[in-house]
Structures are given as structure tokens and as C-alpha cells.
Design a protein around this ligand. Sequence first.
Ligand SMILES: NC(=O)c1ccc[n+]([C@@H]2O[C@H](COP(=O)([O-])OP(=O)(O)OC[C@H]3O[C@@H](n4cnc5c(N)ncnc54)[C@H](O)[C@@H]3O)[C@@H](O)[C@H]2O)c1
Ligand SMILES: N[C@@H](CCC=O)C(=O)O
Length: 572
Amino acid sequence: MATGFYNVPKAVNEPVKSYAPGSPERKLLLDTYKKMYNEKVDIPFYIGGKEFRTGNTVDINPPHDHKHCVGQYHTADKEHIELAVKKAAEARVKWAATSWEHRAAIFLKAAELLAGPFRYKMNAATMIAQSKNVFQAEIDAACELIDFLRFNVEFMTEIYSNQPQSSPGIWNRMEYRPLEGFVYAITPFNFTAIAGNLPAAPALMGNVIIWKPARSQVYSAQVIMELFKAAGLPDGVINMVTGNSSTITDVLLNSPDFSGVHFTGSTPVFNSFWETIGKNMNTYKTYPRIVGETGGKDFIWAHPSSNAQEVATAISRGAFEYQGQKCSAASRAYMPASLWPAIKEAVIKDVKSFKMGSPEDTSNFINAVIDNRAFKKLSGYLDQAKKDADAEIIVGGGYDDSVGYFIEPTVIVTTNPKYDTMCTELFGPIITIYVYEDEKWQESLDLVDETGEFALTGAIFSGDRYVIDIATNKLENAAGNFYINDKPTGAVVGQQPFGGARGSGTNDKAGSVWNLLRWVSNRTIKETFVPPTDYRYPFLKESTIETVEKEVETAIEKLKEFSKDLKDKFKK
Ligand SMILES: NC(=O)c1ccc[n+]([C@@H]2O[C@H](COP(=O)([O-])OP(=O)(O)OC[C@H]3O[C@@H](n4cnc5c(N)ncnc54)[C@H](O)[C@@H]3O)[C@@H](O)[C@H]2O)c1
Ligand SMILES: N[C@@H](CCC=O)C(=O)O
């Protein structure tokens, strides 16, 4: 078989298209959106490459127009999940033995297809069912997913090329085997890129996957399955199942073949997985890998030396883009009293200028929150803030679900740094601000660090390098992604590897070598070219002692002969 040490194409970030008025991409995307909006999609689940339609369906309603229906998806029963385990095991035989360049080629092809013919369908599905505006859909469903696919291939080759030293006469090698079983990928509603990456990353490393997308992301999940099929991913490598989360999880976490979980979502759900896995430990053939990126309560902190307009813009974008439904979104802020009036004025001006509505109208900066549950939860917090003496809503606070689940972008100012909305992840367009006395800026950093259970993203603003140094050190454990003079959202694959610790996850950094390393089980191979044939250490070998004794005896004999010769000579 012909082979070689192949270099993969250098990964570069996918350029973000502008969708400016009159641009061809704008027309293509909006035409696709309208077409898909007025059709009825019928989404199956996928096991072993086959499409399953059970007739037990769930409607797909755009969050910004919830009475409208764009189609339905079919849900699996327990037997289907058991079948998925079987089919994944069957697919594993060939996939795990497929050489890496073929796995790489499939995912590189998927990246190119998404950059080209799949781009508008993927973005439109994300706009329709997840209520993202054009820009938010583009940076997520197109660019970030393309980046994950391209960069992971490069990271894979970095891992494979990491090999041990070899002493003379031997050759040490490191094999990076896929895990012995299947990986369960569970994905959140808010990022199409995460939904694609969580099954794709372990699959790239040779694993087989059972993937369960979030119910409100199933529309773009289907497009991801179509993309992988078009790229040539063999049947059964990624099986996408939809249905009751508990039923699916119960079957998968009870299977002896369960070898890892790749989760992104809320902290309580991940904690429940960890508990179940712990209880089931004796069931599994191998210790499962547990990888989870979870919730956040991300902060913006500003020092009196910072620029008020820069801080205000970071709040307006960091807290409200995609309705604050990014795990990275700023949802608590600490502002110095001296700068607060200027920051407040600028933020209120921004928020009042935001347009809210359907993503089809590209002038809308804000769209709807994901579903009725989120709407009820968020409106409940707004009602509570209106009643609480230690909270004041300075802009926003309204909500309306008559057409879509619309929550007005809201800024709450509190006098209590431990006020509920300073600590709890709300996952919506609400930020709470605590104003501190300028001279207490060091104490305010302690507050940032000590408030809440999370440590995902955080941003500090200052024009003073000594302050930046102190804050960076004090907040060492407060965020896995830390920003200096920038908003805490918008991490880019290959540039800011993403993930947090504490209650925010296992911090394995999506789209990095550290994440991919979790999906391989190394085998060390030592090959000896000329194996020894005698067990004894050289200095103890009988043959050696005998040789030395013989050499000594010979030397003595020679000396005797020499002295005899000498004596004879003297006698003569
Ligand atoms: N840290 C990160 O990188 C990151 C990225 C995106 C989202 N998130 C987090 O995700 C959350 C928002 O997403 P979400 O609302 O989809 O999260 P979620 O926890 O409700 O759902 C995540 C996934 O788990 C499934 N699920 C829910 N309950 C389950 C149960 N009892 N058993 C089994 N599966 C269950 C869901 O169906 C979904 O597929 C936020 O907390 C956000 O911070 C984190
Ligand atoms: N890359 C995104 C990830 C957000 C997760 O929900 C960001 O950094 O904003």
C-alpha cells in the first residue's frame, strides 16, 4: 500500500461575510431563509446511516413567531437507542481501522462544503429555529463550525506527531487509539458550531458517536447530518438521535460500551451525568472520559482608569448579542462610581437604539429568546427585580410573548453585590451592575472572584498596566477565558481556545489539542531490534568470571615460564 507522511492544509479562520445591503451573500441567505420558512421539513433521526420516522413528532416553531410551524422531527424510543449502540459498535470495526488521512479528508471536505454550498442552508436553519440574526448565525453556524473542522485536523496531526525518545537499538512509538466503545455527545441549543463539533471531534479521532442535539436545535442538526453525509462520513459513525433526554441518557449511560461523554449545556444536567456515571462505574469496560463545558456568570469589571465608551460598548455587545444566550455573555458588571454616569448614559443610549424582532428583518439586532420556558424564567426575574428594594431597572424590563418570545434587553443596577441576578445564570438579555467606590477597586476584584459558582469568561478594563497586572493575578481562577480591554464573548477557534473551570466545566478547551487528547487512549509500543539471549547481568555472567579466571591462570603460567626462562639464562 502506497503511503507517506502527509502534511495537512494549514488551518486558517473562515472569513466572516459582511451581508451588507446589495451583497450577493445577503440575497442568497434571505432567499434561502424565506424558502425554508414557508416549507414544512420532516426530520428523521439517523441510526447506522438510515433515516427513522416513528410518527411520534415534535413541531418546530421559530421562537420569534411561535405560532408558525416550519416542520417537525421524529422521536426515538428506547429500542432505537439500543439499536444505535449496536450500529455504532458495528461501524467502529472499520472506522477505527481507517487511516487518519481519510478521516481528515472527510472533515476537511465538510468544512469546504459548509464554506460553500451548505452555508446558507445552515445559517438559515439557525436563524429560523434558534432565532439568530444574520451576523450571529454567520459567526456561529458557518465560521465557527468551519474553524472547528479545519483546526481539529491540524491539531490531530500535532498529537499524532508527538512521539517518545528511543535509545540505541530500540524504537519507541506512541499509538493514539480511539476509545473502546462509543462516545455520547449531548449538545446545547445556542451554538450550531458546538452541536457540530461535539460529535465531529471524537469522530475525527476514530471514535463512533451517538449524538443527541437539544430540541430547539434539531433543524440545524439535520443540516449538519446532511453535511457529514455529503462529505462522505461512513454510515453509523455519527448517529443522531432525538427524543426524551432522560430515556436516551438512561440507555446510553447504562451501556457497557459507553466510553465517554462530550457534553455542553447547563451545570446541573452535567452534574447529573457525572453522578450517574459514578454509580454505573462497574458496568463499563473502561473508565469513561467525562468532558463537559457548562454554565457561566460572566463578568465585566472596569477600573477608574478605563475608557467609559469602550466599557459601555463591551456591555452592549457582550451582554445582549444573541439575546445574552451565549455561555460567554456578560451578565454581571462592576463599575467604578466615577465612571458610572458616563457608562450608564452610553449603555442606555445603545439599548434604546436596539431594534428587536424577526431575524428576517436584518436591521433587528435583538431577536427572541429560545422558548416559552426561557421566556417565563426571564420575565419572572424581571418582575422580581421590579419589586426588590435593592434592585433598579434602568433600561428595558418589558416582555411580550404574543408573537414571539421577546424579552427587552435589560440593565438592572443593584446595591447588593450578592443580589440574586449577580449570582445566578439567567441565560438571557439581562445584565446586573454593581457600582463600587473607586478606592475600593481591589476589594471589588475579590467580589468578582468570590461571587457565584462559575468561572467561564470575564473581562477587565483599565488603562493602567499595573492595575491590569494586579487584576489578572487576582482573577486567576475566576475565568477560563479572560479578556483585557475587550468584551468577554466571541472566542475564535485557534485563537482563544474556549472553556472554564469551577462550575463551568472540565476546561478541556473546545477546538484544541487538549480536547482531542480526551478522545484517544494511548498505546506505547517498544520494539527491540536485537533482543538479548542471556538473562544474566553482564558483570555477573558465569562465562565472564570463567574468562577472567582463565586469563589470570594463563597470565600466571606465562609469568612462570618467563621466570623459568630468566633463571635458565642466568644459569647459562
Ligand atoms: N461552557 C460552554 O462552552 C457552553 C457553551 C454553550 C452553552 N453552555 C451552557 O449551556 C446552557 C444552555 O444550553 P441548554 O439550555 O441547551 O442547556 P441544557 O443543559 O438544558 O441542555 C443541554 C443538553 O442536555 C440535554 N438535557 C437536558 N436535560 C437533560 C437531562 N435531564 N438528561 C439528559 N439530557 C438532558 C438537552 O436536551 C440538551 O441536549 C447554559 O447553561 C450555557 O451556559 C455552555
Ligand atoms: N465562541 C463562543 C462560545 C459561546 C458559547 O456559548 C463565544 O466565545 O462567545
